[in-house]
Design a protein around this ligand. Structure first.
Ligand code: C2E
Ligand code: MG
Ligand code: MG
Ligand code: MG
Length: 279
């Protein structure tokens, strides 16, 4: 960008940009310290199954782990404010591994109680994390270190990370699938996904993006998209989960079109593990 602006102008003379850059590197420094000081925590949001005849009695089938940064100076920071920076600085690698191991350790904790023993754990994986040559061994290592049941671990990938080298991606996914871990395609419908790729990837679940769920009752095209994703997923032998379900109307509609599971504020916001147990 600086180059495009011409030789005689350099963006570092722009005080606003200089300030932004300073704030950014400060954030980076804080993030590094935060990782060293164990300031990251996982919150968990329930995923439920809803029976058409018992709409008001959802069954919890598992959770999604969502990372938060409990920064001394910044308070509880949501991922939107640090995941991108963590990706750019490579810090997503130790952070992502911490998330994976902490989530697996939680599964082992839940295995002790019959009520939670079969809960699945969905973990978000970032593009650069997945792209690393040692990603497969990192997943194995998190499982071995904690003793978590691989069948309960579900890795959430996004479409954007599945377009680079499809053969390589399939090999990696298959190696992880061989241990029993499954894969869900997050934010489905928002990215660039070719149907021929979708057919070949060893996925087990599609996750309908929140942007289609939001207006599913009022926007006929969103309703069509939701129906189409369910039909597509099912015809490929995949389960379909809806994210961002906030109202009973959305729940009922989505249950009616055959969605297999739901996630959203209607059933529970992401919360710390103690709050989850009182839920
Ligand atoms: P995501 O994986 O699509 O996660 C769903 C996001 O939607 C979460 O935001 C969740 O709090 C929010 N959400 C859930 N239900 C509702 C609802 O009913 N209404 C609304 N308005 N929002 C809802 P969160 O926790 O802020 O996470 C944002 C994104 O950050 C995640 O999107 C994911 O892409 C990323 N992320 C979170 N944790 C991790 C992580 O451990 N590793 C990586 N690489 N990315 C993560
Ligand atoms: Mg997710
Ligand atoms: Mg999502
Ligand atoms: Mg989303």
């Amino acid at each position: 960008q600086a180059k495009a602006a011409g030789r005689n102008t350099t963006r570092f003379f722009d005080p606003a940009m200089q300030a932004a850059a300073a704030t950014y590197s400060e954030l980076e420094k804080d993030l590094r310290n935060g990782l060293a000081n164990q300031e990251f925590v996982l919150h968990y949001q329930v995923q439920v199954k809803v029976d058409n005849n018992k709409l008001h009695e959802p069954t919890i089938t598992g959770v999604e782990a969502l990372v938060r940064w409990n920064s001394g100076s910044r308070g509880m920071v949501p991922p939107a404010q640090f995941i991108q920076l963590a990706e750019e600085t490579g810090m997503i690698l130790p952070l992502g591994q911490w998330v994976l191991e902490t989530a697996c350790a939680q599964l082992v904790e839940w295995a002790k109680s019959p009520r939670t023993a079969n809960w699945t754990m969905a973990v978000n994986v970032s593009a650069s994390q997945f792209a690393k040559a040692d990603f497969v061994t990192n997943v194995y290592s998190a499982l071995e270190k904690t003793g978590a049941r691989p069948e309960l671990l579900k890795l959430e990938l996004t479409e954007s990370m599945l377009v680079v080298d499809i053969e390589e991606i399939i090999l990696k996914m298959n190696a992880i699938r061989a241990r029993g871990v499954s894969f869900s395609l997050d934010d489905f419908g928002t990215g660039y996904s070719s149907l021929s790729y979708l057919k070949r990837l060893p996925l087990t679940q599609l996750k309908i993006d929140r942007s289609f769920v939001r207006d599913v009752l009022t926007d006929p095209s969103d309703a069509v998209i939701a129906r189409t994703i369910v039909a597509l997923g099912h015809s490929l032998g995949l389960k379909v989960i809806a994210e961002g379900v906030e109202t009973e109307g959305q729940r009922d509609f989505l249950t009616g079109i055959g969605v297999d599971a739901h996630q959203g504020y209607l059933f529970g916001k992401p919360v710390g593990v103690d709050a989850l147990h009182t839920l």
